[in-house]
Design a protein around this ligand. Structure first.
Ligand SMILES: NC(=O)c1ccc[n+]([C@@H]2O[C@H](COP(=O)([O-])OP(=O)(O)OC[C@H]3O[C@@H](n4cnc5c(N)ncnc54)[C@H](OP(=O)(O)O)[C@@H]3O)[C@@H](O)[C@H]2O)c1
Length: 331
């Protein structure tokens, strides 16, 4: 396992460069399997866990199943102090009688100060912790003044309830404005942004703000100075939910186009040549990029986890990276 430091310029801590996503734990992934995966991740040196206050409401769960499972497991194992826990606020149901949707009307609670103030301590309670290491706004909320959202995260950090604030599913210009607003208010800026990202890119579309873009990578690369504290990038769906490894799975979410299929073919070819698996190469590509990205992996079995655990130590040499990043032939 490899490690790196997250910091927002005021708070810093180390995390494993592989983050374990717990979205399905306690719902799609049964509790016993989830606990076995958590145990093995920690045994292998993993220290960074990712959840949210709405997992997995859309498959009939309470929305707190993942936080509850992590909380019970942390208590049982006594691992609290050695692990870093990230959770998210703002995309739980506003109206409990209606479903959540990723398209309007989303039924998200949003990122008002009232929601953040109410939900953050609830997440801490469900997780059984007195401090949330990373609290992300789950989906950017343009209906609320940025100053209000930024101020609410700043207050929670000052009070010690959260370590570093973050934001997810957001346009780069909004991240930059929020960080400038934090500076105006004298509070710590967002130190982490979580977006969808994998070796397969989506077709561009106006309003598609949930992916890592070249602009976000460029901005992140410019951070890490006194005036502009580090912005780390974490990536969800880094395995494209299995579709990188398995050709029978759909290339969902704007990624089903000839360039993706050609890139996936190159990835499989290179993986076979270097004796790694396509998933390991896809994760190593994220981890070892010019701007290193922390993959938030989802796994539903120990075998899948074991495969992912091989990625942090897989270094792709310059020639391999060049081939992976070349315009694919036939696209
Ligand atoms: N911020 C956000 O809005 C957001 C959104 C989504 C997710 N997340 C976070 O990101 C985490 C990961 O998301 P994700 O589940 O979409 O990511 P993912 O890692 O791209 O997909 C996970 C799925 O990939 C398949 N897989 C994993 N290893 C495999 C292997 N070796 N061979 C074949 N298939 C394999 C499994 O599918 P099967 O179980 O079908 O085998 C697994 O459930 C979540 O747990 C959550 O913490 C955040």
């Amino acid at each position: 396992m490899q490690y790196r430091t997250l910091t927002d310029g005021t708070t810093s801590f180390e995390v494993s460069t592989l983050c374990l996503g717990a979205m399905n734990f306690g719902t799609r992934t049964d509790p016993a399997t989830a606990r076995a995966i958590l145990d093995r991740f920690v045994e292998a040196g993993g220290t960074f866990l990712d959840t949210a206050n709405n997992y997995n409401a859309w498959v009939g769960g309470t929305g707190r199943d993942s936080e509850d499972l992590l909380g019970a497991w942390l208590r049982e194992r006594g691992h609290r102090d050695s692990l870093r826990i990230a959770t998210k606020v703002g995309a739980a149901k506003k109206d409990p009688s209606k479903p959540l949707s990723t398209t309007p009307p989303t039924n998200y609670e949003g990122l008002s100060a009232e929601v953040i103030r109410k939900q953050a301590p609830e997440s801490a309670r469900h997780l059984g912790v007195d401090r949330i290491d990373v609290l992300y706004g789950h989906v950017d909320d343009r209906e609320v003044e940025l100053a209000e959202t930024v101020g609410a995260f700043g207050d929670l950090q000052r009070e010690g309830l959260i370590g570093i604030a973050g934001i997810s599913n957001v346009a780069t210009w909004r991240v930059v404005e929020a960080r400038e607003e934090a500076r105006r208010q004298g509070v710590a800026p967002y130190g982490v942004v979580q977006q969808q990202y994998s070796y397969l890119h989506p077709a561009p579309r106006f309003g598609r703000n949930n992916f890592v873009t070249p602009g976000l990578l460029d901005y992140a690369a410019s951070t890490g100075t006194r005036e502009r504290p580090q912005l780390a990038i974490t990536a969800y769906s880094p395995l494209h939910q299995g579709a990188i490894a398995r050709l029978d799975k759909p290339l969902w979410g704007g990624v089903d186009h000839p360039t993706s299929r050609a890139r996936r073919a190159v990835l499989h070819e290179i993986a076979a040549e270097i004796g790694a698996t396509p998933n390991q190469v896809a994760l190593a590509w994220l981890l070892g990029g010019e701007v290193p990205v922390i993959p938030v992996i989802g796994v539903s079995s120990i075998a899948q986890l074991e495969e992912a655990l091989g990625a942090p130590d897989l270094i792709l040499d310059a020639g391999v990276r060049e081939r992976l990043d070349a315009e694919p032939v036939g696209a």
